[in-house]
Design a protein around this ligand. Structure first.
Ligand SMILES: [Zn+2]
Length: 455
């Protein structure tokens, strides 16, 4: 049984093609991509507008969405924002987090993303006790909640199981950080291995289009994992992500403790490699840029969050020129809009350089799609045979997009123009409404109620 979509126009092999017939098998994997088909076959669903491979959101903390529109009252800094974030983290339970994450992943699909790298560190009960104990069905309860939420919404997830051991360099975890920690690096590695085995059974990885849950690893930051423990991550297979130099204070702490930058601390430990994704990479030296580029690492720029938190503008163009792969993340979800995220990256480049077109529209699409697919090591990001049938359709006739030329539409459209989101060859969101879960605002009503925050 195959599923067919006929796209009026679509991004295929780096060009705008017309009359594109996509055929997927019953695993949701593309089996053919034909262009120049003038008339839609009767068995195909017609997809008007401009079809793009689904966006890859390479950096997410799902629960941070709860903070949106609630942290602007008193100004403050990244660090004061973090205090508010901890107050939400303290409310999370496996039950309410599944409700929250389902709403967030549904909004993410509506915003143009079909895959997510969920950078997850809220592992344990608030006092730091692991879920489960004598009841093995409760083991990895928070991780299972995220995986189930993603699978039920139709969001492909790489759960980046995060190591978080210290509250700062040589500083114990605070009480509010207790649920993030695994005690020691061995504690983390043992739990990570058990999680990987549990998920391999519960969410087996099969054909590209049908595998929605994958596991990866993350180092929270060089603030939260001692340098002596970092070499252990060089032995892991698959994606390894790390928050890197988001704030100058991290660089200062690194210099004071290790006499060098966070990037060089990672490099000395052997983890700067092609499977590493450095998230933010905002405050880098020229040596740092050369190190990350030379290793062909991935970089996850989160421009809307970086603007919201007053982090600064990272050297995306220089990193790309040095050999790094640029991808995109929405991080704390100040917006969930794949188009606005890539527009913001280019806007930052223009503002800091005085030049337009620092990234071409084609390069911006590549960052959102193939770049993210590489960062998360998922079989997505291209409308090509063997990849998952994951795509979004952007309306070409809205008040925002009317008259846009070809792929330049990605600089004029917003998430309001995403008329259809498909993952695994199934329509998940149509005109802003989730096809199985219903209106996404109602999912948020349930999420805020579950957190006791309905007022
Ligand atoms: Zn983050």
């Amino acid at each position: 049984m195959s599923t067919r979509f006929w796209c009026e126009t679509a991004w295929v092999d780096g060009l705008v093609a017309t009359g594109v017939l996509l055929t997927a098998d019953d695993t949701g994997t593309l089996t053919s991509v034909e262009t120049g088909i003038d008339t839609p076959p009767t068995i195909a669903e017609v997809v008007p507008g401009f079809t793009l491979p689904g966006g890859v959101n390479a950096h997410s903390h799902a629960f941070h969405r709860i903070l949106r529109g609630r942290t602007h009252g008193d100004g403050g800094t990244f660090w004061t924002w973090r205090e508010v974030m901890y107050s939400v983290a303290a409310k999370l339970s496996p039950e309410n987090y599944e409700t929250v994450a389902r709403a967030v992943f549904a909004e993410m699909l509506a915003g143009g993303y079909t895959s997510v790298g969920e950078f997850h560190y809220v592992h344990h009960a608030p006092d730091g006790t692991p879920y489960g104990g004598d009841d093995s069905t409760r083991a990895h309860a928070m991780e299972r909640a995220l995986a189930r939420a993603a699978a039920s919404a139709g969001m492909r997830i790489r759960l980046l199981d995060t190591c978080y051991l210290t509250g700062g360099i040589d500083t114990d975890l605070s009480a509010e950080q207790a649920r993030f920690g695994d005690g020691t690096i061995d504690g983390y590695m043992d739990r990570h291995e058990a999680l990987s085995e549990a998920f391999a059974t519960e969410f087996p990885v099969g054909a590209p289009g049908e595998s929605f849950v994958h596991v990866g690893s993350a180092i929270h930051s060089i603030r939260a994992v001692p340098a002596a423990n970092l070499p252990r991550f060089a032995d892991l297979d698959g994606p390894v992500h790390v928050h890197l130099s988001e704030q100058p204070a991290e660089n200062e702490a690194s210099q004071a403790a290790y006499g060098t930058t966070p990037t060089q601390v990672l490099a000395r430990s052997g983890v700067v490699a092609s499977n590493l994704s450095a998230v933010h990479a905002t405050h880098l030296s020229e040596d740092d840029i050369a190190t990350l580029g030379g290793a062909e690492a991935s970089i996850v720029m989160c421009p809307c969050t970086e603007a919201d938190l007053a982090d600064g503008i990272g050297p995306a163009r220089e990193l790309a020129d040095a050999g790094a792969t640029i991808s995109i993340g929405s991080d704390q979800h100040v917006v969930l809009d794949a188009l606005r995220e890539i527009q913001s990256m280019e806007a930052g480049e223009r503002l800091r350089s005085g030049q337009r077109g620092r990234f071409s529209p084609a390069e911006l699409i590549t960052s959102l799609t193939e770049g993210g697919a590489r960062s998360l090591d998922l079989p997505v990001g291209e409308l090509a045979v063997g990849k998952a049938c994951d795509f979004i359709a952007v309306a070409t006739d809205s008040m925002r997009t009317y008259g846009s030329a070809g792929e330049q539409i990605i600089l004029s459209a917003t998430s309001a123009d995403v008329s259809m989101t498909v993952s695994g060859a199934q329509v998940r969101v149509r005109d802003g409404v989730h096809t199985e879960l219903g209106p996404i605002s109602e999912l948020y009503r349930a999420a805020f109620a579950a957190l006791g925050m309905e007022d």
